[in-house]
Design a protein around this ligand. Sequence first.
Ligand code: NOJ
Length: 774
Amino acid sequence: MKKNYIICIGILCGFLSISCNTSSEEINDITTNTVTTNNGLDETIESKVDSLLAIMTIEEKIGQMNQYNGFWDLTGPQPKEGAAAKKYEHLRKGWVGSMLNVRGVKDVKAVQKIAVEESRLGIPLIIGFDVIHGYKTMSPIPLAESASWDMAAIKKSAEVAALEASAAGINWTFAPMIDVSRDARWGRVMEGGGEDPFLGAKIGVARIQGFQGEDLSANNTIAACAKHFAGYGFSEAGKDYNTVDIGTSTLNNIVFPPFIAANKAGVKTFMNSFNVLNGIPATANKMLQRDVLKGDWGFNGFIVSDWGSITEMIAHGYAKDGKSAAEMAANAGSDMDMESYLYVEHLANLVNEGKVEERLIEDSARRILRVKYELGLFENPYKYCDENREKSVIGSKANKEAVLDVAKKSIVLLKNNNKLLPLKKEGQKIALIGALASDKNSPLGSWRIAADDNTAISVLEGMQQYKGNSLVYAKGTDVSIGNTAFVTETKINTKDKSEFGKAIKVAKEADVVVMVLGEIGFQSGEGRSRTKLDLPGVQQELLEEVFKVNSNIVLVLNNGRPLAIPWADAHIPSIVEAWQLGSQSGNAIAQVLYGDYNPSGKLPMSFPRNVGQVPIYYNHKSTGRPTEPAPDIVFWSHYSDQENTPLYAFGHGLSYTNFEYNNLKIKPKNTSANNPKITVSIDITNSGDYEGKEVVQLYIRDLFASVTRPVKELKGFEMISLKPGKTKTVSFELNKETLGFYNNEDQWIVEQGEFEVFVGGSSDKTITSNFELK
Ligand code: NOJ
């Protein structure tokens, strides 16, 4: 029997229930001396919240729990008829705590003014918006940024987003999405950090730090929101909003880690999710919200429902009507109702009937007011409403430079045979082919509500700046978009090959062909799941036709999810993963193609060989039959028509130079499982011709455990920069946080036994060694 060391058990958090009688003047008097309490709360703020709660009516407290959409933009189903009039009436009554999708200083000021100047207590609104990958100056989509593995760049990108959003009146973003997902069919993989909980946690924290900054009360930082709690990334068959059924081990070890890290990083809010988790909607899930998040993890902020997720419990078959949905959500710990209109309608009656305890309403209101105080909204409700700042900050040169930097770092070089890349800067005839090459809209991605259409730099524009070569462009074909919302341009003529001839002609005459193919920005994102992962429309045919006349092709992929491109991998010499890279997309791609930036990105999600392999992920379990027992014996875990491995593995990404890994050392080779500390070191040499960056990755395998462990788990990574011929030693420390796991009793344990260590530049290209815990 192995010995288990229980490392951490949850901390329980109680409700604060101090109250005192204070006038509203006193409430608005802000004391600058702050004292921090033992549980991380600011006493000054806590006493202000107490004072305010003491004079609020039950309806006003419930009002804080009510969030309405604005009057123009929509990011969910249409609101009810007559909703606008109700919103104004409720704002005046102090029955609205927050609004979303109100943006721009003028509009934010208008609604804030009603709340602050016309309601009885003048409590300011918190203004939420989906600032997912930028506000107006767009960063790469989050999945792309995650491919940078560069936490400083990711943080900077969130900082820029916060800077612009806050200048437009917004003080709360519904980001980061930290749902781990293994299913490329799910459209929302574009919004997350990929398939790995360790990398996903680091990325989530970097983004939270970027949004919230060091000082949440500054006017250029905004509250972040860890979403969607929990399990949304495991929607069955990758179909958005679908059922989630996962076991304790997956929930604890794969889904929760980024949320645990987000809470530790001080994220101010969480959003629950649309899905049912093992039969219980997340919105009414007491285990998730009250027991785990607010209980065990001691979360002090508030939980907002997802759009209409309270009312959707009726369709789920969990609540019989709106009133019981409100009752279940409030009792389970959902603090704020986004667009269900149910809290404001039913909670007061539910309290009167004794179905929802008043102390729970008080706790929710307290959590919401706390964040408002922390933002400094009581001090100055119009602090984000400065027209001059709005004009000077949004779209500034510095912001464009910052998003260009992260865009370059997000590009992944998937393949580069015969050193076709980087392109020579002079004397070449280049044919640029593909509708996406001239597209100025698609690179802005899916969550770009505030961006101006057609403002991205296209690949054509980016490449035109390199004047030493001749460059000719042909569209070839359009890109299929299927049936999707928010699309202003019609590009659905997918079978049309009438432009093939022109593309083939320019390809024939060129030295090198650059083809930009893939998905448009709106093919991924919320409600945009796909059953196919190939190149949409007739793009695959176009690629094959062009290849017949010129095989010197650089394929640049634009996409919001992993695609399955086995033919391209078998035939095309160079393949560049360029996602949807935001406002500076074309500049970033051109700089990589011409070698002004040596690509350094690594895949945050496995790329399958075909859709039938999905879900495919590197940190899978072994199974009892992992290898072929003998030639032609079929009884092992595999497909009869496809390999088990992905086309491109998690962590894969090439450079224009080469890196060699040598001298893997582990110290000590044996140590106690009680508080272990193991140092892993490795020498990396740049053996190629270019200076370059490499993400050194460390994986482990716990060979035997009381709950089976994955065949590999990422436990460390470091980005290094090396000049040709130079060597660097990188060291990692493994300890109880990285060597343990949650057992099925929710305990974090480190077990005795042998561990394997893998280090390399990709999850599938590593050198190995081992150690033992005794
Ligand atoms: C629904 C999405 O699931 C969520 O992520 C988003 O923040 C809200 N709509 C608000 O737009």
